[in-house]
Ligand binder design. Sequence first.
Ligand code: SAM
Ligand code: SF4
Length: 498
Amino acid sequence: MTAPKAMAWHKRRLQQIREWQSSRRFPDFIDESAIEQVLVENRSPSRQAVLDIVQKARDHATTGELLSPAEVALLAHVEEPDLWEAIFEAADWIKRTVYGNRIVLFAPLYVSSSCVNNCKYCGFRTANTAVARRNLTSSELREEVRTLVSMGHKRLIMVYGESEDSDYRYICETVSAAYSVKEGFGEIRRANINASPLSVEEYGAVKSVGIGTYQVFQETYHRPTYRAVHPEGTLKGEYDWRLFSLHRAQEAGIDDIAIGVLFGLYDWRFELLGLLHHAMALEREFGVGPHTISYPRLEPAKNTPLATESPWLVSDEDFAKIVAIVRLMCPYTGSILTAREPAELRRKTIGGGGVSQMDAGSRIAVGGYSRMHEAHQPDRQQFLLSDTRTLDEFIHDLCRDGYLPSFCTAGYREGRTGAVFMPLAKHATVKNFCIANGILSFEEYLQDYASPQVREIGQQIVIPKYLKWLEENVPALSEKVHLNLCRVREEKQRDLHF
Ligand code: SAM
Ligand code: SF4
């Protein structure tokens, strides 16, 4: 694209954003001074108050209620190690009560890295000449997807920079291309999106190609920090356009929406309350809260000093607290712990944080999967990944720790999205589907992709354990799962789900 053409596009887009802002019909839901005040008022929790909130959060596992801002602020100020143990135990219990002991697996697919924005923490920012940028062509994209499918993946989060060349039309084309790939028994069954905010009409187009969840991270809910890291005049500099992006997605009928914060830009306690207010606003407006919450932490990126020098970087200890509080404050939400984090920390945080979804075998350079023989590539990546285990190694470790690895994508294909999904998650009955579909989709992996070692532990220990759980808890469903399991094993049927 020529520079004048790119500038004209940028100008038009900014104008479009500002026009939307001047006619915004949703009320603001981030009141910084109110959040600061709640944090100050609740900074010295008594033991009893904390134990009461922990019990309340457990009770909410089957009602789906959110904790209040004051309750979340109190939890965020707990210091006693034994109280943290009680919080971690509750997070694990709530997750198991709502979703069962399964972990849904996915892979990030970086589709485009050219970006007009200048986010100070991101390796893809336009001013950073140290990182190579490119957008996948359709055939390159298909090659990436073929590699992912031949690893065993069924679910993607497709990630995009923001530019005229990677606008909503490009998103539609690349999602359709991803769904078109068939490789042996493999295919992508759910393509989620992480991309910049769109207009209602653009979201409508993206919905029509069958995306799963639309994910936009606010990065920071704290306006002064937001302004400092997203320079004025850039598209991303427009805070409200981003804050209400998922409201617009809902207006367009995308009812699985995902929120998140980039922890390390500002005070993590403030950001937790931002996430809570966002969930409350979505519930108020649409009766549907966030399908998932993400809590990426700033990771080092090439030629990006803020990523390592921010005064608000979050320690491992505080990170574990954040993940657990997310589970207690919003019991029904999917909670995503990514390979940004080191393997050992991820392992500890799954249980203690009540995590429900994880990526594995991830590559985040654009084109990084089809060149798997190359090492991770700092000069092509947005940031650096810490957990570089292969998908099979990751699954082995999950099995060893007693979890059911799941490639389930049944929910949205069975129409369990948005307002249909919410009551199932809020009343903790969704786990019956999660375990049944988890077993069937894991068995497909064991048949088609697993190493002998993983196949053995999966078929000898993991599948029998979760079949037993179904027999004891949902006998009627268990019979159907047994039947389908035989079809997967003996008749090589695939994609059987409830
Ligand atoms: N360009 C789109 C946007 O900004 O919304 C989406 C893609 S961006 C590649 C996805 C996310 O990566 C961002 O929302 C941000 O939270 C995260 N990210 C950016 N820089 C990061 C860093 N240095 N460490 C960890 N995560 C980072
Ligand atoms: Fe672009 Fe997103 Fe990176 Fe910002 S975070 S520079 S918008 S890719």
